[in-house]
Design a protein around this ligand. Structure first.
Ligand SMILES: *Cc1c(COP(=O)(O)O)cnc(C)c1O
Length: 433
């Protein structure tokens, strides 16, 4: 921990101005929990007993209201009203309705966001749209360490188009200077899944536009984690996940945003009947619906949409400013505790120190990252591992307490001091990491 960080940590945790006593105790964190204004939200989630869940950035916890809502949709809508539910229970409008709610969480304009498909598929849709809107240019610019699916989708689209497009990648620190006037679109993930590093959305979007490029943001690790202002920065397109910070459930449908100014000119590459102007006219050729509705493709998963809506509604009750403030504070405390308790155990912080460049997770490189995370899980502390050597701890302020940070680090310390991670069962690789 740097001195600057120690001072900040001490002030945060104990309101103490004295850096010489910058030592953080469990009682400090209990005090923070008592005065935490977001604390009541924790009771709205089902959380596994005696478990510290530091992986809500990968799969959000389940809101307690989900099972009852799913039961209602299953029994009263699907069961009792069967196909009539498309009209009487508004199934047909769920995608735009929930999309509108997510739009509010990400600062998109009204009518710019829809829920559909997966993030990967939505990326394919917006990327193909962006390339079609900028037809004289052939370069997609992204980041080398972007989440692989984003790069794979670009590769696949390039092969399919067969028009000489190329995928160029750069390092995070090369943005925005690397954007030049050959770029058709810049496709970046706002918060890196591996390091928690966050881009300056306004600055990069502006740089892209200055060079005549369109801007696509992947908000997988941002939506629901912090206030966003897609409309304010004039982003052209965005995509993101429903199952991470939005707590929409495993495999929850994803969302996509198209700025109003482009919508009329986007002819969907995946032109399915749900994006048709009149799906139930069963016309012989595709005619795109007005507005964002054209980004739908086929019949959506209604049960999954019902679960997602519960998560999104819960998020709308909270203040994203408060979530962001608590997230930064928790990340800071976690990093401080790692330094205080585990300084000699080989963890190297990879998440930037500057809060302006920090998402809602803390990541450390460690050469024994995999067995350490396995051993932690066996001790009921759930983080995760990202190859080759990153241990990741997600910070989800709606349901994560301050005291849990202390307890997680205490358990990690015990594991490291006694080398508990070095048992054969923790070295075995699982299919999902
Ligand atoms: C989690 C994540 C995805 C996931 O895509 P799916 O299609 O939902 O599997 C995509 N991109 C990024 C940046 C992610 O973090």
């Amino acid at each position: 921990m740097t001195i600057r960080n120690s001072v900040r940590l001490a002030c945060l945790a104990r309101e103490s101005p004295d850096p010489l006593t910058a030592h953080i105790t469990r009682a400090d964190l209990e005090a923070l929990d008592r005065e935490d204004r977001l604390r009541p939200f924790r009771d709205r989630f089902f959380l596994p007993e005696d478990t510290i869940y530091l992986d809500g950035n990968s799969l959000g916890a389940m809101p307690k209201a989900v099972p009852a809502r799913m039961r209602e949709v299953a029994e009263e809508e699907w069961g009792r009203d069967v196909i009539c539910s498309w009209n009487i229970h508004g199934w047909i409008d769920l995608q735009t309705k929930i999309g509108g709610k997510i739009g509010r969480l990400i600062g998109a304009g009204e009518g710019e966001t829809i829920v559909a498909d997966s993030t990967s598929i939505n990326l394919f849709k917006v990327l193909s749209a962006a390339l079609a809107l900028n037809p004289t240019r052939k370069v997609i610019l992204s980041e080398r360490e972007n989440f692989p699916t984003d790069l794979y989708v670009a590769e696949g689209l390039i092969r399919l188009l067969d028009q000489g497009h190329v995928l160029r990648t750069a390092l995070p620190e090369e943005f925005p200077e690397v954007i030049d006037d050959t770029i058709a679109c810049v496709m970046l993930t706002h918060v890196s899944y591996r390091t928690g590093r966050m881009y300056d959305m306004a600055k990069i979007t502006e740089a892209a536009h200055a060079k005549g490029a369109l801007m696509i943001w992947d908000l997988a690790h941002s939506a629901g984690a912090m206030p966003l202002d897609l409309a304010g920065v004039r982003a052209d397109f965005a995509v993101g996940c429903g199952y991470k910070f939005l707590n929409g459930g495993p495999g929850a449908p994803a969302f996509l945003t198209i700025a109003k100014r482009h919508q009329d000119r986007v002819v969907p590459a995946l032109s399915g009947w749900f994006g048709h102007a009149a799906p139930f006219a069963f016309e012989g050729t595709f005619r795109p619906a007005e507005g964002i509705a054209r980004a739908a493709v086929g019949t959506p998963p209604v049960l999954s949409l019902a679960a997602l809506e519960v998560g999104v509604d819960l998020m709308l009750e909270a203040s994203l400013d408060e979530i962001r403030a608590k997230s930064l504070r928790q990340a800071d405390i976690f990093a401080g505790l790692m330094e205080q308790e585990l300084a000699d155990h080989g963890f190297r912080r990879v998440t930037p120190e500057d809060p302006a460049q920090c998402g809602s997770q803390m990541c450390f490189a460690h050469e024994q990252g995999w067995p350490i995370i396995q051993c932690l899980t066996a001790h009921n502390v759930i983080g995760d591992f990202r190859a080759p050597d990153i241990v990741r701890f997600g910070v989800t302020p709606l349901y994560l307490g301050y005291t849990e940070l202390w307890d997680a680090v205490a358990i990690l310390r015990r594991i490291m001091d006694a080398r508990l991670w070095d048992a054969p069962e923790f070295h075995r690789r699982a299919k999902v990491t």
